[in-house]
Write a protein that binds this ligand. Structure first.
Ligand code: SF4
Ligand code: SF4
Ligand code: FES
Length: 286
């Protein structure tokens, strides 16, 4: 049986003194820690200066050219890349663009290339990285500016194209009806695939998506697997074949599994892509 991820948000501890900064690396609340030398016992940890190089470009600003800019800042206890970027924006360059909403690995907005690998900035602890860090926007998606990309536009296009919602029979749609019971094990399996936060990391790590503009990506194949599992969805495998049974769908996938390696929610993308491909191949042979 699949495992369910633990809640991403640490519970509020009412016993914590008001002025005490959050030092829980799993919390991601973004509340700044004190500099290491201001904390008791911190002398055991080496104080580091981070050098963060950002690929900067604002396509909406006339005359803007892509260039690298390096910022130096003191590392703090429990610092994430999101916190570092926030500090840079507050103290060094207010024009720096990057996205965030939840600061807890839930909304998917802060995805970017960290040393060339797609990751969520709010979940990357600087202490796990070298002092020299390079950041760039996710490829494939439309660039808004600096580290900010329009994943929402891409995800919406994919969702409309593949109709990623439950297709219930019209006669079954009655909002006053009691919700139909579902086997808990099946509900767990659906929930496991539903944990996708549409961050776009898998699409940016995908060689096919970077070569073929219309490739649906692992995020979409995972959604097809999710709706195929759902007993409320009346679509058949023939219907799903119409959506992903070609080179822009599951047959365009090169199975190098970059998507699986970088998914910050550890979704079982390799298994789902292989499963959907087997089902679609079986239909193609009929
Ligand atoms: S499948 Fe994983 S990497 Fe891809 S969008 Fe969903 S959460 Fe992000
Ligand atoms: S396995 Fe397929 S979907 Fe995943 S990164 Fe490779 S080509 Fe893209
Ligand atoms: S800010 Fe929401 S996932 Fe990072």
């Amino acid at each position: 049986m699949s495992t369910i991820a633990p809640a991403n948000q640490a519970p509020i501890d009412s016993s914590r003194p008001v002025r005490e900064p959050c030092t829980d690396p799993a919390c991601g609340c973004g509340k700044r820690s004190l500099p290491a030398n201001a904390r008791a016992g911190s002398s055991q940890r080496e104080q580091r200066t981070l050098k963060i190089t950002v690929l900067r470009f604002n396509p909406h600003e006339p005359g803007s050219r892509p260039h690298l800019q390096t910022f130096a800042l003191e590392e703090a206890d429990g610092m994430t890349l999101y916190m570092a970027l926030n500090e840079i924006r507050e103290t060094q360059d207010p024009s720096l663009q990057f996205d965030f909403v939840c600061r807890a690995g839930i909304c998917g907005s802060c995805a970017m290339l960290v040393n060339g690998r797609p990751a969520l900035a709010c979940r990357e602890l600087t202490q796990k990285l070298d002092t020299v860090i390079t950041l760039a926007p996710l490829p494939v998606f439309e660039l808004i500016g600096d580290l900010s990309v329009n994943t929402g536009k891409w995800m919406r296009g994919m969702s409309e194209r593949l109709q990623t919602w439950v297709h219930a029979q019209e006669a079954q749609v009655d909002l006053r009806r009691l919700e139909a019971r579902m086997d808990p094990e099946l509900a767990d399996q659906i929930y496991e695939l539903d944990r996708c936060i549409e961050c776009g990391c898998c699409v940016s790590a995908c060689g096919t998506a970077r070569m073929r503009e219309d490739f649906v990506g692992a995020v979409a194949l995972n959604k097809i697997a999710r709706f195929r599992l759902d007993p409320r969805d009346t679509r058949s495998d023939e219907d799903f074949y119409e959506l992903v049974g070609d080179d822009d769908g599951v047959f365009g996938c090169m199975t190098l599994l970059g998507c699986h390696d970088v998914c910050p929610k550890q979704l079982p993308l390799a298994t789902q892509i292989a499963f959907i491909r087997r089902k679609m191949v079986a239909l193609g042979w009929k």
